[in-house]
Design a protein around this ligand. Structure first.
Ligand code: AMP
Length: 215
């Protein structure tokens, strides 16, 4: 089963994607991580990513499809997080999968308000050593400023700073929100309330995916 998870920044898509990929044994494909890796080698991409802007849509499609060809060439059982984000990227991915006899089987959209997203993003901290993610409100580290796993220093992701959060939201509204509305009209979307506890959302998604599989 190939699944796409969509949502505003801080809608919880990373958390749900991780839980789903573990439970359903899916390959978790994150273009945020891919972009941050590319940024380490390319100052132009670093500037885009750090400012909260998006990599040009077709360029990102090329990176994403190349990555899949190299790392998951059977194109089966993938959970897509962060890609597609544009209608054009969705079309390109769908076509790419179809030429290999596969498809996108489900698209999940996590709904949260902008106010809640900003509250969550401002509280997010990441370990600069091991990458463990904390939230000062919902999952704080055992000791302030220090990673509970490796003792590394906690920092704020460059694109979680207030100016970048604003930019990421503007891009979300201009692009991903349009993709969500487009898929909603096509009846292709599982809309999920993302402001409930993590486990409740997770069970809800699992149940709805089961229904799709049984249909
Ligand atoms: P994320 O962690 O998904 O919020 O992604 C972090 C950053 O990676 C974004 O702000 C973009 O700069 C870049 N990025 C990730 N996915 C895409 C995409 N589908 N299209 C364009 N840029 C992307």
């Amino acid at each position: 089963m190939n699944i796409v998870i969509l949502g505003a920044p801080a809608s919880g898509k990373g958390t749900q994607a991780q839980l789903l990929s573990e439970k359903l044994k899916l390959f978790h494909f994150q273009t945020g991580e891919l972009s941050r890796d590319l940024a380490e080698k390319d100052p132009r991409i670093k500037k885009i990513v750090d400012s909260g802007k998006l990599i040009p849509e077709e360029e990102m499609t090329m990176y994403a499809l190349d990555y899949l060809k190299e790392n998951k060439s059977d194109l089966k059982n993938i959970l897509f997080e962060g890609f597609p984000r544009f209608i054009s990227q969705y079309g390109a991915l769908e076509m790419f999968l179809k030429t290999k006899g596969d498809d996108i089987d489900a698209v999940i959209a996590l709904d949260i308000t902008e106010k809640e997203a900003i509250r969550r993003l401002s509280a997010r901290r990441i370990c600069e050593n091991c990458g463990e993610v904390y939230n000062l409100i919902t999952s704080p580290p055992p000791e302030a400023g220090k990673c509970g796993k490796c003792g590394g220093k906690l920092m704020q992701r460059a694109d979680d700073k207030p100016e970048s959060i604003k930019a990421r939201f503007a891009y979300y509204k201009d692009n991903t929100k349009k993709l969500i509305d487009y898929l909603d009209k096509k009846g292709k979307l599982l809309r999920v309330d993302g402001e409930r506890p993590i486990e409740v959302i997770f069970e809800d998604i699992l149940e709805r995916l089961k229904k799709i599989e049984n249909d």
